[in-house]
Design a protein around this ligand. Structure first.
Ligand SMILES: Nc1ncnc2c1ncn2[C@@H]1O[C@H](COP(=O)(O)OP(=O)(O)OP(=O)(O)O)[C@@H](O)[C@H]1O
Ligand SMILES: [Mg+2]
Length: 378
């Protein structure tokens, strides 16, 4: 029997535990033409939510396009990918796609091919000159509005991991995007990202090109009231029972982060399926130990890259929790030294996404790393 729990990649359809409120609100805003920034720590389920949302909006008659900025390493690649996804929102058939591309991006001489899955791809040869790259940028950044007008339908265009554009040299692309996008009346933009501070800064710093371009929305964990019945049904499908109390303990052990929850349930199922009738609370510890062992090489490598003080701060948080970390008693109890050194270490740990700041608490983005540290400390 197949393990009923999925983790690691995007979940869709039946595997997607329905975030009803989030889907409704995002859909309403985008249909109304509101631009959005969607922020959450890693592995909360942004990409799965976005793709599910786009699928719905598509069925409601909108044009939808999804660009993963992580996939690109240069502005030219990003523009090419944007052109391809935007045009594919309207045409999936190669000849028609080429006709549309020639119509809207004629001077760039676009070409159409097919990828390994048989879907049409678009390529544009800009040559080595910066004039070519600039023409590409100009034409691709006007494309979304042109397409929406031509098809008389609203286009929803998503840039996932949008903060990554800041790694491209210079700020000109970001500025150019803003100056074009702000004139678009028939396109709703959604910018998502898991580097929360970076994306928040892009949207809220006065000097940043995307200052106040859209509304900021923070994605939280899947509410237990929605997630628990989904998980319970999955266990049942896998011929195991689990009580709501034990499920709540599972959610707590995984800090409610959807990826971690699925991972822990996956392990629990693997441990007990065919050997027991129900999951007991004491099984959780065994499942976590197994996961920690699987991930130990990865944790060691990450540990190796940290400074001694960063390691000390992590040990403190694993032992003493992540609240009130600047209190004199906390600093003294964990021998952390000065307030400012703790501040520096925390800032870097958040930047590296080892920790996330959730309200007033510093939390491990991966609770299994916390366990690994706790086990090694004895
Ligand atoms: N709605 C959901 N229902 C069930 N599982 C989910 C849901 N959302 C997320 N997950 C779990 O979390 C994992 C990560 O989801 P996803 O890749 O969508 O998150 P993300 O926030 O985009 O992550 P990343 O920060 O790595 O880009 C999934 O593989 C799945 O195990
Ligand atoms: Mg993602």
């Amino acid at each position: 029997m197949q393990n009923p729990f999925r983790f690691g990649s995007v979940v869709s359809g039946d595997d997607f535990a329905d975030r009803r409120l989030e889907l409704a609100e995002l859909g309403r805003e985008l249909r109304a033409g509101q631009h959005l920034f969607l922020l959450s720590p890693r592995r909360y389920g942004k990409t799965s939510l976005i793709l599910t949302l786009l699928d719905r909006l598509h069925r409601q008659g909108l044009l939808v396009a999804y660009v993963d900025v992580f996939r690109t390493t240069t502005p030219v690649q990003l523009m090419e990918l944007t052109a391809q996804t935007v045009l594919r929102a309207a045409e999936s058939q190669p000849e028609r796609l080429l006709r549309l591309a020639t119509d809207l991006l004629g001077r760039l001489r676009p070409q159409v091919g097919t990828d390994s899955r048989g879907r049409p791809t678009l390529s544009i040869d800009v040559g080595a000159s910066s004039r070519g790259a600039l023409a590409l940028q100009e034409d691709v950044l006007t494309l979304p509005e042109q397409l929406a007008l031509k098809r008389r339908r609203r286009l929803v265009l998503v840039f996932d991991e949008f903060q990554e554009i800041q790694r491209f040299p210079g700020a000109s692309l970001e500025k150019a995007m803003r100056s074009h996008f702000q004139t678009h009346r028939n396109v709703s933009y959604l910018f998502a990202g898991s580097k929360e501070t970076a994306l928040r800064d892009m949207a809220t710093r006065e000097r940043s090109p995307f200052y106040k371009f859209g509304r900021l929305m923070a994605l939280g964990p899947i509410p237990a009231a929605e997630f628990a019945p989904y998980l319970e049904a999955r266990f049942r499908r896998g011929r195991l029972r689990i009580s709501r109390e034990v499920l709540d303990a599972v959610l707590a052990a995984a800090d409610d982060v959807p990826y971690n929850v699925q991972r822990l349930c996956h392990q629990l199922w693997a441990l007990r399926a065919g050997r027991a009738e129900r999951i007991a609370e004491r099984d959780i510890g065994e499942a976590i130990a197994a996961i920690v062992e699987q991930d130990a090489p990865h944790f060691s490598a990450a540990w190796d890259r940290l400074s001694l003080h960063q390691r000390q701060v992590l040990q403190a948080i694993a032992r003493g929790g992540g609240r009130n970390v600047f209190a004199a008693t906390y600093l003294a109890a964990h021998r952390l030294g000065s307030h400012s050194s703790v501040q520096t270490s925390l800032r870097l740990l958040v930047k590296e996404q080892v920790l996330a700041k959730v309200q007033d608490e510093y939390r491990f983005t991966d609770p299994f790393l916390r366990e690994w540290i706790a086990i090694r400390q004895g």
